[in-house]
Design a protein around this ligand. Structure first.
Ligand code: ZN
Ligand code: ZN
Length: 246
């Protein structure tokens, strides 16, 4: 398995020879600051998520929160997982990073994403000691893209979580669903029903804590479809973490 580090170092070496380091959000040169691919000005615009937030998707609440901590978008999700957390809001530079990773093969942004994961309040503790399960791509899609961004992110979360935190891939995507972006919630859910299955060699242990990892939380339909398969297989101690929410 190619690790994110090898990929991102390869990119850096190749990329820096050809391109000076430019900000993925505003395209200015990156000079100073703690990140490689976001300039210091854009870095200050990254919106980290911190409590209080929706217990299902991790979207923050603003102001005072009373009673049930579930946002209106998640009210009808009926999650098969316990709770969801996210690192940053998918707007501004946060969105640019995810888009660079997902659609522009810009694997070098993984080093900045790793830094943002570690900087998210409470995130390192949240994933520590868990078995991290990336949402799988269909093999056709993975061949086309040449990597699964959720697997690369799971490796970053595992590195942040430290000893005892690991990545496992017990799921496979058996239906090559069309891209879900333009579809409403009901259609997404129907398309995703039975889209995932357990691998033959999957070893689910009810005593372990599982955390599903995906790049973004949108409607939660994909994560929930995965969660249902894991739960049915006995992975009942199950949460969800995404890098972005939007
Ligand atoms: Zn910038
Ligand atoms: Zn929510």
């Amino acid at each position: 398995m190619t690790t994110w580090r090898a990929l991102s170092e390869g990119w850096r070496t190749a990329g820096d020879l050809v391109f000076p380091p430019v900000c993925v959000h505003c395209a200015r040169l990156v000079e100073g600051g703690n990140l490689w691919h976001l300039c210091p000005q854009c870095a200050t615009l990254v919106t980290f998520v911190k409590p209080p937030c929706c217990r299902v998707c991790g979207h923050p609440f603003y102001g005072e929160v009373h009673g049930e901590r579930c946002c209106p978008h998640c009210a009808e999700l009926e999650p098969a997982f316990r709770e969801g957390r996210t690192c940053v809001l998918l707007k501004g530079p946060g969105r640019s990073l995810v888009h660079a990773l997902k659609y522009h093969r810009a694997l070098h942004v993984l080093e900045d994403i790793a830094a943002l994961i570690r900087a998210t309040p409470g995130m390192v503790d949240y994933v520590r000691g868990a078995v991290l399960v990336p949402v799988p791509l269909h093999p056709r899609k993975e061949r086309e893209r040449e990597y699964n961004q959720s697997r690369l992110l799971a490796q970053l979360f595992a590195a942040a979580g430290g000893p005892g935190t690991r990545v496992a891939e017990p799921l496979r995507r058996i239906v090559d669903t069309p891209t879900q972006t333009a579809l409403d919630r009901r259609t997404r859910r129907a398309n995703l029903k039975n889209a995932f299955a357990l691998r033959k060699d999957a070893d689910i242990n009810a005593a372990e804590r599982y955390v599903l990892i995906d790049d973004v939380f949108t409607t939660g339909s994909t994560l929930n479809a995965c969660a249902m398969v894991l739960r049915r297989a006995g992975g009942v101690n199950l949460d969800v973490v995404t890098f972005g929410h939007g």
